[in-house]
Design a binder for this molecule. Sequence first.
Ligand code: FES
Length: 173
Amino acid sequence: MEEGCSTPVGTRRSFFVKATMLISSIIGFSLAVPIVGYMVSPALKRQPKGWISVAKIEDIPANEPTVLDYSMTVKDGWQNSQSTKGIWAVKRDDGQIRVYSPICPHLGCGYRWENQDRLFKCPCHGSVYDMEGTVKAGPAPRPLDTLPSKVENGNLLVMYQEFKSGLPEKVEL
Ligand code: FES
């Protein structure tokens, strides 16, 4: 080989190999994104909301917070499964009913009704609410979250929703 005429063949070859790999990766990625999006999108779609009958109103005692099963079909991608939430219903003396989400608005724990104190209490950080859902103690930033409800033909119908925790206002997820 003449001095001064050497060709950096290895360097040029490795450049083309790397460039080819980069271009192939870009093409592969640009094809993969829409395919993955198409496959995953059913799982990410929000569930349609609907009214579900949870109890006969005559079966809900007045002034005794009552936990009711809200059973719904959850579409998880291409599979349907049953999910049950324990929602709280409070019937007043005048027959008005309020329904509360079972999720504490502080950081999302489940709370319970303590009958001897006549208060809802959350075991996680000590938030306390009265029967109206008003915060009486603890770090909860807002009252208990009410769920849309209505009475039809003697049945209590509820629409389940979830809200962001830790905020002073109700923001639906
Ligand atoms: S999650 Fe209920 S008090 Fe913190």
